[in-house]
Write a protein that binds this ligand. Sequence first.
Ligand SMILES: N[C@@H](CCC(=O)N[C@@H](CS)C(=O)NCC(=O)O)C(=O)O
Length: 236
Amino acid sequence: MGEESSLVLHGMWASPFGKRVELALKIKGIPFEYVEEDLQNKNPSTLLKYNPVYKKVPVLVHNGNPISESLVILEYIEETWKNHGPALLPQDPYERAQLRFWADFINKQLFEASVKVVMAAGEALEKAIKDLREKLKVVEEHGVKRLLGDGSGPFANGQEVGFVDIVMWSVLGAYKIHEEVLGVKIIDEEETPGVASWLNSLIHHPLTKDILPSKDKVVGLLQYVRHSALSSSAAA
Ligand SMILES: N[C@@H](CCC(=O)N[C@@H](CS)C(=O)NCC(=O)O)C(=O)O
């Protein structure tokens, strides 16, 4: 990257949204600088200045211009570095629309259902798992066939991880650690074999392995989030 060109990702180590951007830049081989933001004490000269609307990470600052919202940032990366590294989206407009549809479903439906799982215990956890599995069945029946059915590779983007793969990994890439901590099965290989094999390929990709925080950190965060959520719901 030349002296006149700068690219800075403002993130937070545990943010799945920030990880999406980190993964996209690494897949495309685009060098960037990383700045860790303190979300408990938001920095007025970085985060609050660059994302005054949502005040959230990630923010990608390209040559001084901030871009917020992880999916908007992924599209920006793809358009700006179109010929740099692998394409994250296909050329065909209909295919692109299909991938955006599933990225949106995973980002909203699966993300929301998986957050409920992390925050619940007892009967509420059983219900949350059931709801998440129902949504995974929708992905299995309608999405996997559409996204991975052509047999061109282990990912929705073929041989390399692309737009919808990044979103799927950011939402469920740590599911095995979640299963261990919660003592429940989240992904049922018999019920949703396509989803299980897709996630398996994503988890074993060298770049995702590199980006996922250490198991100890993920476990610590999960226990902290659960403890806060469960003690505030008990107090309510
Ligand atoms: N829709 C946003 C979500 C970003 C988001 O929720 N970021 C969290 C960290 S995981 C955050 O910055 N939270 C700070 C806050 O809510 O005050 C995106 O896709 O980028």
